[in-house]
Design a binder for this molecule. Sequence first.
Ligand code: 3HC
Length: 275
Amino acid sequence: MKVGVVGLGAMGSGIAQLCVEAGLDTVGREVTADLGERARERIGHFLTRKVEKGKLESFDLALLTTTTELADLADCDLIIEAIVEELGPKQELFVELERICRPDAVLATNTSALSVTEIASATSSPERVVGMHFFNPAPLMPLVEIVRAELSSEAAFDAAYALGEKLGKHPIRCHDTPGFVVNRVLIPLLNDCVRVLDEARVSPEDLDAGMKHGAGWPMGPCELLDLVGIDVHVHASEALYDKLREPRMAAPPRLVAMANAGLYGRKSGRGFYTY
Ligand code: 3HC
């Protein structure tokens, strides 16, 4: 089986890493050769650490080809898109993929808050479009949501589910509703947590300690927002608010201000914490 991954940022490179680990031929596409090379180095680094720690016997990085040409995905069986979280660019990409890829290839999107059905609607073969929503960090989080869009075929859905299993994930089946399953719950919850920061006049450190030691979260909400990216979270909150009109979905002003100031969290070196 050959898998294509379009976009090798935090999510895409994590997904490509899972494919290599599962022994699958993988083609990763980035816009520049340099970005492709950096993703390859990151993947090599994490897999080497896993071998050093005795969690993985060996791996073959030669299974991963990086390219800047979408045409190199022509013979992939399943392609996972992990580019910028905007409808227009995703729709344009799916139209291109439909032109380039085999007619039986499954086209999956890793979108977290956009509609898979809307992405698929730009193509003339929406039956082969599904959602495969991974969680950050993709190599470590066991879940993948397999999302059935309005016109997804059974065959495409089953192929995505089977790939999720092959990658060692725990797939769950869901429909194309705003936020799917986890983000529908997690996004308003994280927004509530940030509102509590001000209401309860608590520090990020204490809120994080509270949720870790009082509710068993593996990391506190502020640490988690810094990991996900404040900009990514605000963007997803806005997308869900647009669709559901539930006040809890709207990003608190404090997060919007942080995003506007470039305090994105880990990736920019500063968010709630400094890295
Ligand atoms: N890719 C690959 N490997 C990575 C990695 C990455 N991005 N980041 C870390 N690692 C590796 C490192 O090699 C590290 O080992 P090293 O320090 O020895 O080199 C190792 O993983 C760390 O693994 P551990 O098991 O020791 O880490 P923890 O036990 O601390 O667990 C965690 C880390 C799994 C991230 C845990 O803290 C956790 O579950 N946090 C919650 C994360 C979460 O909720 N994510 C969901 C976000 S919401 C989302 O993604 C939805 C989206 O649509 C916005």
